[in-house]
Design a protein around this ligand. Structure first.
Ligand code: G3P
Length: 217
């Protein structure tokens, strides 16, 4: 199971990379805009910190434009995965980019049919949006489970990247149903690392040790 960081914030990327748990980074236009930095510069900076897949999304509309932009983005760093929206033009873009050996991450996936079409077009990753499916009263994890099962049944190489993760249970459930990757917002790692029994256990070890040391005096 791979953990990606879903952010373009360099400080956060450095912080969690130091924990030894980050296998890659995903960004999207919203996350890059939030940082108020130059897109290309930031992607290259991320590439200096993380040795793993970095998703950078196209922002143009037509297949011709997305193909041209995708080819440019792919030159920015050896670990780039060009993120492409799940549209008709997006499928054409994935087909063209994958024919040139450029890896892709098809984003904004909300159904099994979209995921299968993206895989058939040659996507390296598909990104179903778990939280946004839950937001409209459907089951995001069930979508991940369906896609994983169908990809395994038919032998697709495309990896399932669980996206729009909102809480630690989404991470656990994504692993339980066999997602290859979860892309996780930075603040969730702080929740995932903590447990009240770890905190109280550590406090009691420290107190017992202090008492024992005092008794030795
Ligand atoms: O990975 C996609 C993600 O960035 C979307 O998350 O929380 O905006 O649905 P969210």
């Amino acid at each position: 199971m791979k953990f990606f960081l879903d952010t373009a914030n360099l400080k956060d990327i450095k912080k969690y990379a130091a924990w030894g748990i980050i296998d890659g980074v995903t960004t999207n236009p919203t996350l890059v805009a939030r940082e108020g930095v130059d897109f290309e510069t930031r992607i290259k900076e991320i590439g200096e910190v993380i040795d793993g897949p970095i998703s950078a999304e196209v922002t143009e509309g037509s297949a011709e434009e997305m193909i041209a932009q995708g080819k440019e983005i792919a030159k920015w760093h050896k670990n780039i995965f060009v993120k492409v929206p799940m549209t008709e033009d997006g499928l054409k873009t994935v087909k063209a980019l994958s024919a040139e050996g450029i890896r892709t991450n098809v984003t904004l996936v909300f159904s099994v049919t979209q995921a299968v079409m993206a895989a058939k077009a040659g996507a390296t990753f598909v990104s179903p949006f778990v939280g946004r499916v839950d937001d409209i009263s459907y089951d995001g994890i069930e979508l991940i489970a369906d896609i994983v099962g169908i990809f395994r049944t038919y032998g697709f190489d495309t990896e399932v990247l669980s996206a729009s993760i909102r809480h630690p249970k989404h991470v656990v459930d994504s692993m339980r149903v066999g997602a290859d990757i979860a892309t996780i917002p930075p603040n969730l790692f702080d929740k995932m690392v903590k447990h009240p029994l770890t905190t109280s256990g550590l406090a009691s070890f420290a107190a017992d040790w202090k008492k024992f040391q005092a008794e030795q005096q």
